[in-house]
Design a protein around this ligand. Structure first.
Ligand SMILES: Nc1ncnc2c1ncn2[C@@H]1O[C@H](COP(=O)(O)OP(=O)(O)OP(=O)(O)O)[C@@H](O)[C@H]1O
Length: 472
């Protein structure tokens, strides 16, 4: 079967043109010929050739290659991505080497051997294809970077704790130092990681995140380091790992504290050497990536060398930022709640909504085990359900309760009533049972999402989706 490729042969020797066309027509879909290089600008304007075979000398007795250099430069000026293979006279190797320095891809010496010509063209076309792919990937990447910069979320809260966080972010962001962000689930670790990226010199490059809590051990290497086609069963094509995909930008390693020790060792080696070898490859690839890591595991556990490699910790925590739980920055709650009231009010097309004093009080006194994420969901639910202009405490369906979570409970703490009952009520409705089970898992694991998700046999993303669905 013929390969879809447009090839142009430029030579003043009619025999070469005819022989070349005859040979290449059998293998490629379009082969055009031209015996006068002056026609090149018109031809290039009309057609985007995948490959051009260009003679170095035009006219009898010519051997300096001067015209070849001239037309090579014209082609590259008009179409900078062109793949040009030069046709040189036997013995014109020095000229060909010089032409490659000036942008030609390869050369073929006359008289040519058909197999050699076909092999050279096939390799050059592969190169062309991968250049085109790189170009469109780069364009897609740029569009992604612009879209994510435009949709950057605001970090709300001016408590003294958050002011210290901002101070650290502003100092660390431009330095390219690795940063470790600590904090309970939902405190805004990913938000801070993105802020560090956006305030760094890498802001115009990609920000990628990988959830190490959700990744299976077998997928770890393939996800981070990439793999080659055929490296293992199911590897049907080459895959670029996240580390290489983030080249030039920032890689956010979420839930680093959940990584088993032997995978920590693999990650450390790659980060220390700044080189990665995709599974099934035999060559290392260098990368330039800023690493920001985060975990909800507390500092004491990270300092336990039986659970976490201290040399990896040392590499990750050049700068350490700790995000306080929301209950320790209660003064931020009203502002964050109002921020999401505005956002969801617009989203659900409500007339401008406010928070009544009793709502602010109830929200402020709640201990928020799910932190800002839970507050955000509570606001969204209230906005959807309310008919009021000013959201009241009732709209949040809050009631006083004692809650057994990591935070010390007090009598003024409140919890949304829709939280599932602790006991199995003999309920047979699947939706309700799902909600009860999730609720119980969350409490059992003290709102550690990774652990609760693992216990439920779900990914973290799937658990978050269900928590949102049930308003948990
Ligand atoms: N200060 C803040 N202002 C506004 N929104 C915030 C703030 N902090 C967190 N959020 C919101 O709360 C949600 C959770 O934030 P994020 O995912 O950054 O938390 P996290 O600590 O990385 O969570 P996890 O540990 O579960 O991965 C997001 O929707 C985020 O936009």
């Amino acid at each position: 079967m013929k390969q879809p490729a447009k090839i142009l042969i430029v030579d003043d020797d009619q025999d070469i043109l005819v022989a070349g066309k005859l040979l290449l027509k059998r293998h490629y879909s379009q082969v055009d010929i031209c015996n006068r290089p002056e026609q090149l600008p018109t031809l290039l304007a009309d057609c985007e050739f995948d490959l051009i075979l260009l003679d170095m000398n035009f006219g009898p007795g010519e051997s300096s290659g001067e015209q070849g250099f001239y037309w090579l430069s014209q082609i590259l000026k008009l179409r900078p991505d062109s793949i040009v293979i030069l046709i040189t006279a036997h013995g014109g190797i020095d000229i060909a080497v010089e032409a490659i320095k000036q942008g030609a891809t390869d050369f073929i010496a006359k008289p040519w051997h058909n197999e050699k010509v076909l092999a050279t063209i096939s390799t050059a076309l592969e190169l062309h294809k991968s250049r085109q792919e790189t170009k469109s990937l780069r364009a897609a990447n740029q569009a992604l970077v612009q879209a994510s910069t435009a949709s950057a979320q605001h970090i709300i809260g001016n408590s003294s704790a958050m002011q210290q966080v901002h101070e650290l972010v502003n100092r660390a962001a431009p330095t390219d130092a690795n940063v470790l962000i600590l904090g309970e689930n939902g405190t805004g670790k990913e938000l801070i990681a993105k802020e560090l990226h956006l305030k760094s010199a890498r802001a115009q490059q990609v920000f990628l995140s990988v959830d190490l809590g959700a990744i299976t051990e077998t997928l770890f290497e393939s996800e981070l380091f990439g793999h080659k086609k055929g490296a293992f069963t199911g590897a049907q094509q080459d895959r670029v790992g996240k580390i290489k995909a983030a080249d030039g930008g920032t890689l956010f390693l979420d839930e680093i504290g959940n990584l088993p020790l032997h995978l920590q060792a693999k990650l450390l080696t790659v980060l220390a050497q700044r080189k990665v070898t995709p599974v099934g490859a035999n060559q290392e690839e260098a990368f330039d990536v800023r690493i920001i890591a985060a975990t909800n595991v507390d500092k004491h556990a990270l300092l336990d060398e039986e659970k976490f490699r201290q040399d990896l910790l040392f590499r990750l925590n050049t700068v350490e930022i700790t995000l306080p739980p929301l209950r320790e920055r209660k003064e931020d709650i009203a502002a964050i709640a109002q921020h999401y009231v505005d956002i969801y009010g617009k989203k659900y097309q409500k007339s401008p909504l406010t928070l009544a004093d009793n709502a602010v009080e109830a929200l402020t006194h709640y201990h928020w085990p799910g932190n800002v994420r839970a507050l955000r969901h509570a606001v969204e639910r209230a906005v959807i359900m309310t008919d009021n202009q000013a959201l009241s405490a009732d709209d949040f369906q809050l009631k006083n309760t004692d809650v057994s979570v990591s935070a010390p409970a007090s009598s003024s703490q409140v919890q949304p009533t829709i939280t599932a009952p602790e006991n199995d009520s003999g309920e047979l409705n699947l939706e309700i049972i799902e909600k009860q089970t999730i609720s119980r898992a969350l409490k059992q694991h003290k709102y550690n999402i990774s652990h609760a998700a693992k216990a439920l046999g779900l990914t973290r993303a799937a658990l978050y989706r269900r928590m949102e669905k049930h308003g948990l």
